[in-house]
Write a protein that binds this ligand. Sequence first.
Ligand SMILES: [Zn+2]
Length: 356
Amino acid sequence: MLKVFGSPSRYIQGPDAIEVLGRSAALFGRHAALVIDRYVYGVLAERLRRLCREHGVTLHDMVLDGDLTPDVVAALCEQAAGLSPTLVIAVGGGKSLDAGKAVAHASHCHLITVPTVASNDAPTSKNYVLYDAHHNLLAVEHMLFNPTMVIVDTTLIATAPAHFFRAGLGDAISKKFEAAQCSRNHGKNMFDAGSTATAQLIADGCAQTLLECGEDALKAAGTGAPTPAFERAVEAMILMSGLGFESGGLSIAHALTRGLPRVAGVGPALHGLQVAVGLLVQLDLERRSDSTLADLTRWYGRVGLPTTLRELGATAIDAEQVREAARLTLKARHAANFDYTLSEDDLTAALLRHAG
Ligand SMILES: [Zn+2]
């Protein structure tokens, strides 16, 4: 199997990094589609328009409401077709960035992602997720290439509530362990190919960085004032984590996000919080003899990540629901990237050990 490593062409991070948006956008033409959710639009639209106008770039607003369903994507793409943009600028949380990817994919044009939260590593990757009208995951789609540019303004990210930052820690810390399972068991990464040692080293660096400074970084979340620890953690959570999963591959922790929402009360929990509990379940199933699971559980305690289904929001632990969660998880393709073939019983038992 060939190994493939992919990444954005350029990653820009720092306080007030958004100030380079106009200059960056002008590299790609005079008309850009701005894909943005309604809340962020209210907060940032005027500033974004000014930044782009200063460099001769006109923004065409495409404001997103609700989930990213195939109907919403079709409507956005129809709107974009009338504009023929050479560039899409996607600003906001995971949903807006995914919508921007869908539009850039259909329009065959460049994409700049500007995350306003660090709750997951969507900004760097080429994949985007579609939902049905009932918020069930429908499909994971892929652009041909990664975003051309990723602009991470740490002042903006530090303004978002700590809850989002905490979820980002959960999403990122798992990548080292998932990439290891994927490469050790000859799984495929998001490029449908083998993973490089480079991807594993990046995922290792991501975990090491977060274990060192995640707790300190969390103190700056919500203050609007990024600290050196915050800068390091954001780079780990967005760049290292994104490269780590996309080129390194995934395993049980992420496969579990397919099943966990079946447990009553867990559905609304942020992706990264579900992954956090999923990682503990994965490490449990790995039957490790070392202290990794205990060390990680202690770190979870210090940064406030959930360690059980109850802490994730489960209102009751119904054995049938947990079994259904296990069944759906094993259907996800990443579930095969593991040391041994997991049965529904194995996974159900591990989930029940983390019921709380
Ligand atoms: Zn994730």
